[in-house]
Design a protein around this ligand. Structure first.
Ligand code: PRP
Ligand code: URA
Length: 210
């Protein structure tokens, strides 16, 4: 498994505002979108492309197009939905599938309450969007789901990750082709399974009342 932790002052700046408990939902949503677009640049580094002939006003030349089958972007509801716009800005031709997951706040076990994905993901590159990688239960279940459907490789974009979650995913995926792209790798989880220092409950902060 490859893990890429962002190292860019613009990302750290936006993350600092996002973490601030005084940041209201509209600003939180806007920053989440911007952060995803910046992280998507790194996450799509190995997106499959194919050569195309193009004609500029001056001459014919070769360029690159996103290859078929198109990549699949999978936001994990609810909080991952706040990342979708930022991702499709960079990858407008991607197909979008949905997974709805909620973790039990006592056992931290995820349950899947919604699934809208193509039945066959053979040869598909998948990009999972979930802002928080805490215990890794939710992301681990999503990755398993996609590989069971035949996905070729999975790249997950998370705004924040905890070392515990990264270790859990690493153990789970073995030698399957998985990449994690994180805005930051935080210190640890607390006893409630929240990322420390973190940003709180991402879903509530995205969609809670201002
Ligand atoms: C949050 C978050 C992740 C999950 C992370 O979702 O968006 O999906 O928890 O925790 P884990 O790594 O321990 O599984 P939550 O279940 O709170 O649902 P929500 O997006 O509807 O708020
Ligand atoms: N889910 C969140 O929204 N925040 C955390 O810190 C952990 C799980």
């Amino acid at each position: 498994m490859r893990v890429h932790v962002a190292d860019h002052p613009l990302i750290t700046h936006k993350l600092s505002v996002l973490r601030d408990k005084k940041t209201p939902s509209p600003v939180f949503r806007q920053l989440t979108e911007e952060l995803v677009t910046l992280l998507a640049y790194e996450a799509t580094r190995n997106v499959r492309v194919e050569e195309v002939e193009i004609e500029t006003p001056v001459t014919r030349t070769l360029g690159l197009n996103i290859a078929h089958p198109r990549p699949l972007v999978v936001p994990i509801l609810r909080a991952g939905l706040g990342m979708l716009e930022g991702m499709t800005k960079l990858l407008p031709t991607a197909e979008v599938g949905f997974l709805g997951m909620a973790r039990n706040e006592v056992t931290f076990e995820p349950t899947t309450y919604a699934e809208r994905l193509p039945d066959d993901l053979s040869d598909r590159q998948c990009f999972v969007l979930d802002p928080m990688l805490a215990t890794g239960g939710s992301l681990g279940a999503a990755i398993d789901f996609l590989f069971r459907r035949g996905a070729q490789d999975v790249t997950a974009i998370c705004i924040l990750g905890a070392p515990e979650g990264v270790a859990a995913i690493e153990k789970q995926v073995g030698d399957r082709d998985v990449t994690l792209v994180l805005g930051a790798l935080d210190e640890r989880l607390n006893e409630k399974g929240y990322i420390v220092p973190g940003l709180g409950d991402a879903g509530d902060r995205l969609y809670g009342t201002v």
